[in-house]
Ligand binder design. Sequence first.
Ligand code: HEC
Length: 223
Amino acid sequence: MATPIENLAVVCVGRTGTNEISNRKVNMKAKSQIEPGPEVAAEGGAVRKPITLVLAAVVSLAGIVACMAFAAEHADEHAAPIFVKEIPPGYRDWKVVSVAHEAGDLNDIRAILGNDIAIKAYREGKLPFPEGAIVGRIAWSHVPSEENNKTFGRDQSFVAGSPTDFYLQFMIKDSKKYAATGGWGYSSFGKDGKPTDAASMQSCFPCHQAIKSRDYVFARYSP
Ligand code: HEC
C-alpha cells in the first residue's frame, strides 16, 4: 500500500516531470521515517514512536512545500504532464500508415495508424507534423496460422495473435504542451488498456530522438 506521502511524491512527479529525482529523495526519506527499521523498533519502540511521528510530519510537510514551490516555479513550462494517460477516442477507425514486424524478444506484428490530421500530412509529405496530429501503433503477437497453413498446404502463414504487453502506443502533436519532448506527447497502454509503467515512459523520447529529422516519427507512409 502506498502511504499518503508516497502518493504525494507521485503526484509531484506527474505534474512536474523533470523534478522526479528530487521528489524521489523526499519520498524515500519520508518513508524511512515512517517505517523505522527493525533495530529501532526493538530498541524501545514505545518511547521513540512519538518522535518518529513528529519527524514524519516534518518531512512530509517539507515534501509538500518543496513540491508546491517547484510546481509554482515551473507552472508555465510544465503546465501539463508530459505523458498522456488516455487512449485517443476512435483510434480503431483511423487510416493505416503502414505495418511492421518486430522479431526477437518483441516478436510482434503491428499496425501504424494516423488520425485525419496525421494522414493528410503524410500524404502531402508535410513535415513537421501539424498540431493535433496523432500517430498510433497497435501491436499483437506474431503467430503462425494453422488454419491458413492447412489451406495453403504448407507452413507459410503468420497472423496477429493476442495483444502484447505494450499493446497500444501513441504520439500526439502539441508543440507547446510537449515542448520538452520534441512537441510530441507519448502514451503507452498494456493489454488491459492501462498506462504502462513510468520507467517505460521515460524511454520513448530518448529513443525517438534518433529520427528527429522526420519529426521523431519512424514509420514511413506505405502507399
Ligand atoms: C529503443 C527505441 C524505442 C523506444 C524506447 C520506443 N520506441 Fe517507439 N518506435 C521505435 C521504432 C524504431 C519505431 C518504428 C518501428 C516499428 O514501428 O516497429 C517506433 C514506432 C513507434 C510508433 C509509430 C510511429 C513511428 O514513430 O514509427 C509510435 C506511436 C511509438 N513508437 C511510440 C512509442 C512510445 C509511446 C514509446 C514509449 C513508451 C516508444 N515508442 C518507445 C523505437 C522506439
